[in-house]
Design a protein around this ligand. Structure first.
Ligand code: ADP
Length: 484
């Protein structure tokens, strides 16, 4: 493989331009970490209309052309708008017909054409720019057709030598539709639809399934999730397919960008701190947050944070079930999230009935998330399933003790507190039961209120834990090199 390794990233979101969850963080931080390790990385992302103007103003026109997309050969415009930052080149694929609506997703029926176009246009953009990568690293179902295109429509192109890696960030989302719909929009040849690679039942196809079959390597974002998705419970009906392809499947845990998430320099928080002065300074941040959110101002209270998409994946049913038992005169809860109306309304109700003790911020707010990470004592992540999870990593970086369910990346990144040896990073529970979550919360409270010196030592231990991309980026690099 050439040195430096040339890597193309293809995915549907990328911080700071557009982010709805952890995928956006990874699409930003991993290319940056790989660049630091000597790779040449280009990131391909749609130029959605909802990308803030300040970023659109920085993009430079790189070229345009037309591609045939659908099975009837209909032509579509492709514009390439470029932005370079920290040595990473971002190529935004422009087409108003597909990307001028949605935030950025709409409904699956409309999103399928959008991401067929995006996958194919990204490959054509590489050819147009005469930039031939060694590795094409695709992310989630939105880019899962890329390996299929590479081995069919692009098999005679200059890209024929490029190897593909498909990373599963969340197996729940797969891009399923009728075969006719995908046949039309993808323009893929008949051979792609033969056999079991794309098909899933009568006249149904699954883009993720196809990508997994055609990719040279599959990765997912933790070792435990790589194992779990081969089981019935977590496999989202692809467990058999994944077991069949398990020889090319590995789990590499995510990191976080330690420049963005750095309490010593974070301009979003009132009082910066490091591992030396965290105990005193974090208390000041806590009081500032309490004031901002209308919680009773007292740094002696135990503040539990929740920063999450509000969906059933995140274990919110468990939290709902025990909320009255979590909140008391010494315990407050600060919630930041958006999502399913049912959860939004239940958290609003808990705020209404526990004024001064519970605050539910039903919104997406990057700045406020920094404040909560910095100010809370503990962060809840009791997920039903969690491929990797970033919030527990960010929490530890800010000396906020995670309370997590032992699943996926939560299991791989949070070592349970052991009171006999005074080690560990957080509080954990295994089965998906509300009383076990309550028990974990109570163990946290007990340590906080009755053995503060051990609690404080855990806070410092968490801040010193390596949650950066360094190790994981090296593992990706090794994987790329195996493919060379
Ligand atoms: P997922 O990708 O399943 O949503 P992750 O834990 O991998 O979960 O990543 C979530 C990311 O989104 C984190 O960076 C978290 O801080 C951020 N986030 C989630 N909800 C919000 C919100 N309402 N406001 C701001 N940031 C949020």
């Amino acid at each position: 493989m050439s040195n430096p390794t040339k890597v193309a990233f293809i995915g549907s979101e990328c911080y700071p331009f557009i982010k709805t969850g952890g995928l956006g963080d990874v699409m930003y931080a991993l290319p940056k970490a790989l660049t630091a390790q000597g790779c040449e990385v280009r990131v391909f992302v749609p130029k959605y209309h909802c990308i803030p103007q300040k970023w659109r103003d920085l993009m430079v026109f790189r070229g345009n052309f037309y591609i045939p997309l659908c099975s009837d050969g209909k032509q579509y415009y492709v514009g390439i708008m470029e932005y370079i930052n920290d040595g990473v080149i971002y190529d935004f694929i422009e087409n108003d017909e597909f990307f001028s609506w949605g935030k950025p997703y709409t409904d699956l029926y409309a999103d399928i054409p959008k991401y067929c176009y995006f996958s194919k246009a990204s490959l054509d953009a590489m050819l147009y720019m005469n930039w031939i990568p060694d590795i094409i690293h695709c992310h989630d179902w939105q880019a899962a057709l890329v390996p299929v295109y590479l081995k069919t429509l692009f098999s005679q192109s200059e890209l024929r030598g490029a190897k593909s890696v498909l990373t599963i960030h969340n197996l729940r989302f797969q891009g399923m539709c009728s075969e006719d719909h995908l046949r039309y929009w993808s323009g893929l040849p008949d051979e792609a639809f033969k056999g079991e690679n794309l098909s899933q039942g009568y006249n149904a196809v699954n883009m993720m399934k196809g990508g997994l079959a055609y990719a040279d390597k599959i990765t997912t974002v933790s070792r435990t999730y790589a194992y779990e998705i081969q089981t019935d419970f977590y496999g989202e009906r692809l467990n058999g397919h994944l077991s069949y392809h398990s020889g090319k499947l590995t789990g590499i845990v995510n990191g976080i960008d330690c420049d963005i998430w750095n309490p010593a320099t974070d301009s979003h928080i009132p009082v910066q701190y490091d591992a030396e002065n965290v105990i005193a300074k974090k208390a000041q941040d806590k009081e500032a947050l309490q004031e901002r959110l209308g919680l009773e101002k007292d740094s002696g209270k135990f503040v539990i944070g929740l920063i999450s998409r509000l969906t059933d994946q995140k274990g919110l049913d468990l939290i709902n079930a025990i909320m009255p038992q979590i909140v008391d005169d010494n315990t407050q809860v600060a919630i930041l999230g958006t999502g399913d109306k049912f959860y939004e309304d239940s958290f609003r109700w808990y705020e209404e009935t526990n004024k001064g003790k519970v605050c539910s911020c039903i919104m997406y707010d990057e700045d406020l998330s920094h404040e909560i990470y910095a100010s809370a004592d503990a962060l809840l992540v009791p997920s039903l399933f969690e491929p990797c999870g970033l919030t527990q990593l960010i929490a530890m970086r800010y000396g906020t003790v995670p309370i997590v369910r032992e699943t996926g990346g939560l299991k791989d990144t949070v070592e349970p507190y052991n009171k006999y040896e005074d080690c560990g990073n957080g509080f954990t529970f295994d089965r998906y039961e509300s009383y076990l979550l309550l028990d974990a919360v109570n163990r946290a409270k007990e340590l906080y209120f009755s053995n503060r010196s051990s609690w404080d030592k855990m806070v410092v231990r968490d801040m010193n834990k390596d949650v950066s991309w360094n190790n994981s980026a090296k593992q990706y690099l090794e994987l790329y090199q195996q493919l060379g």
